[in-house]
Design a protein. Structure first.
Length: 81
């Protein structure tokens, strides 16, 4: 089934801990996707030359339940995706 993936979606959510650090659960999701992508790159692509690696799409725009982290340089929200 891994060979048939077109994209891997990474769900975000929540308020970033800082401008460079998303919430812990988002970091963990990114780590899982990175391991899966590396596995596919190292194992599956060597089995078939025409295999295309999936795109990784990060989704989210914070949460409506908590205040957003506002970037100091432009005053806009920092989206964790």
């Amino acid at each position: 089934w891994l060979k048939s993936l077109d994209a891997i979606l990474v769900l975000g959510g929540g308020v970033p801990l800082s401008p460079t650090e998303p919430p812990v659960y988002v970091q963990q999701r990114c780590d899982v996707v990175a391991r899966l992508f590396d596995f596919m790159k190292n194992n599956l692509s060597s089995q078939t030359s025409d295999m295309k690696l999936p795109s990784v799409v990060c989704l989210s725009a914070g949460t409506a339940h908590l205040p957003q982290f506002i970037t100091p340089h432009n005053g806009l929200p920092l989206w964790e995706s």
